[in-house]
Design a protein around this ligand. Structure first.
Ligand code: UT7
Length: 326
C-alpha cells in the first residue's frame, strides 16, 4: 500500500495593527520612497504587546479549519517553525496543542529562521511517509516586532508579524510532495543573528542584546548567488525544468532580490508569489502568507506545480517542490 503526504488545507492570520512606511519617517531617518524602492515593502503588521507567536499560530489554524472544514481532532503532530517563540520552553507548538485541545498530538518547534516553514513541510512529509504520523499541522509564525531594534533604520523597516498554517495528511493515492532539498552555510551565520540577552557569540552582539542584527548586503549577495542553484537542484531531482513551474514562492524578504533570483534562474518574474508588500519580512511566515494571498486571488489552481524556497538565518535553506492538491 502506498503512503503519501497530501496538503489538505491552508490558512493564515495577521495582527490588526498596520505600520506603514510613513510611520517610520517619524522614528528613524528614512522615507517611504527609499523603503519601497529598496525592498518593495509598503506596510507590515504588528502584534499587540500581549499577543505572542502561539496566539497568532493558533489563529492561523482556526482560519484553516474554517475555510476547509477539516477535522483536526485526530491531528497527531504539530510542527511550529519560528525564531520568536513565546518562551524558550514550553514550545509554541505545545501552546497551540493546548489551545486546540488536541490531547493526542505531539508538539515541536523548529528554528530554521526564514527557511523554517519549508523545513517544516519536508519534516511533515517524512513523518507521514515513514508511517509515524497521519495528520500533521505545519505552522510558520513570527512576532519579529518584539525582537526588532526600532533605532536601527537598516533593519526596523523590514520586519513584520504574521502566521500561516498548512494541514498535511496521509493519503493512499495522492502526494503533494515531489522533491526537496536543504542545506546550510553556517560559516556565514554572522550575517544574520539575534543574540540572547546574556549571550554574545559574535562581538557586536553585546551592543545589540535581544535584537536582530543583519548584514543586509551580505545576505542579499549570498541569496542571489545561491538560490538559483537550489532551484535547479530541486527541479533536477524530479526531472522538471523551470518551464514546468506554474508558481515560484521564494522567501519574501526583498522584491529586488526576488527579481534578481528570477532573472538569474530564467523564471518569469510574474510567477513569483510574494507577501512582502503588505506584511514585510515575516521570516518563517512569508511563504505560507504568500500562498494564502495567491489562493485568495485565485492564482494557484489544483494540479499546479509550485516551488517553495525558504532561505535566511543560518544561513540555511530548504526547498520543496509541490503539486497543489487543494
Ligand atoms: O529574511 C532573512 C534574509 N534577509 C534578506 O534576505 C535581506 C537581504 N537584504 C536586503 O533586503 C537589503 O540588503 C536591505 C533592504 C536590508 C538593504 O538594502 P541595500 O540596498 O542593500 O542597502 P545598504 O544596506 O547597502 O545601504 C545603502 C544605503 C546606506 O547609506 P550609505 O552608506 O550609502 O550612505 C544605508 O545607511 O542606504 C542607507 N540605508 C537607509 N536609508 C534610508 C539603510 N537603511 C535605510 C533606510 N532608509 N531605512
Amino acid at each position: 500500500m502506498n503512503s503519501f503526504a497530501k496538503i489538505t488545507a491552508q490558512g493564515s492570520y495577521v495582527p490588526e495593527q498596520i505600520m506603514d512606511n510613513h510611520d517610520f519617517e517619524n522614528i528613524v531617518d528614512t522615507s517611504d520612497e527609499w523603503i519601497q524602492q529598496r525592498t518593495g515593502i509598503v506596510e507590515r503588521r504588528i502584534t499587540k504587546e500581549d499577543e505572542y507567536t502561539s496566539d497568532i499560530s493558533y489563529k492561523a489554524v482556526l482560519d484553516l479549519q474554517e475555510k476547509y472544514q477539516v477535522d483536526l481532532s485526530d491531528v497527531d503532530m504539530i510542527v511550529n517553525a519560528t525564531l520568536t517563540a513565546d518562551y524558550k520552553t514550553p514550545s509554541v507548538a505545545s501552546y497551540v496543542q493546548a489551545k486546540l485541545e488536541l490531547e493526542n498530538a505531539g508538539a515541536i518547534d523548529i528554528n530554521a529562521a526564514c527557511a523554517g516553514f519549508t523545513y517544516g513541510l519536508n519534516i511533515a512529509n517524512g513523518l507521514i511517509t515513514s508511517g509515524q504520523n497521519k495528520k500533521v499541522l505545519v505552522i510558520g509564525a513570527e512576532t519579529l516586532s518584539k525582537i526588532t531594534d526600532y533605532k536601527d533604520r537598516g533593519t526596523c523597516i523590514l520586519f513584520g508579524d504574521g502566521a500561516g498554517a498548512f494541514l498535511v495528511e496521509y493519503s493512499e493515492d495522492e502526494t503533494s510532495f515531489v522533491a526537496s532539498d536543504a542545506g546550510s552555510d553556517g560559516k556565514k551565520g554572522h550575517n544574520l543573528y539575534c543574540s540572547e540577552l546574556s549571550e554574545a557569540m559574535f562581538d557586536e552582539a553585546l551592543e545589540n542584546p535581544g535584537f536582530i542584527v543583519q548584514n543586509g548586503r551580505g545576505v542579499y549577495k549570498w541569496a542571489v548567488g545561491n538560490v538559483p542553484r537550489i532551484i535547479e537542484q530541486t527541479l533536477n531531482k524530479a526531472n522538471y525544468t523551470k518551464e514546468d513551474l506554474d508558481w515560484f514562492v521564494p522567501h519574501s524578504a526583498n522584491a529586488r532580490m526576488i527579481e534578481s533570483i528570477c532573472d538569474k534562474s530564467g523564471i518569469a518574474r510574474d510567477k513569483a508569489l510574494k507577501s512582502l508588500e503588505y506584511y514585510g519580512n515575516t521570516s518563517s511566515a512569508t511563504i505560507p502568507l504568500a500562498i494564502d494571498l495567491a489562493v485568495k486571488e485565485n492564482k494557484i489552481k489544483k494540479g499546479d506545480l509550485v516551488l517553495l524556497v525558504g532561505f535566511g538565518g543560518g544561513l540555511a535553506y530548504a526547498s520543496t517542490l509541490i503539486k497543489w492538491t487543494l
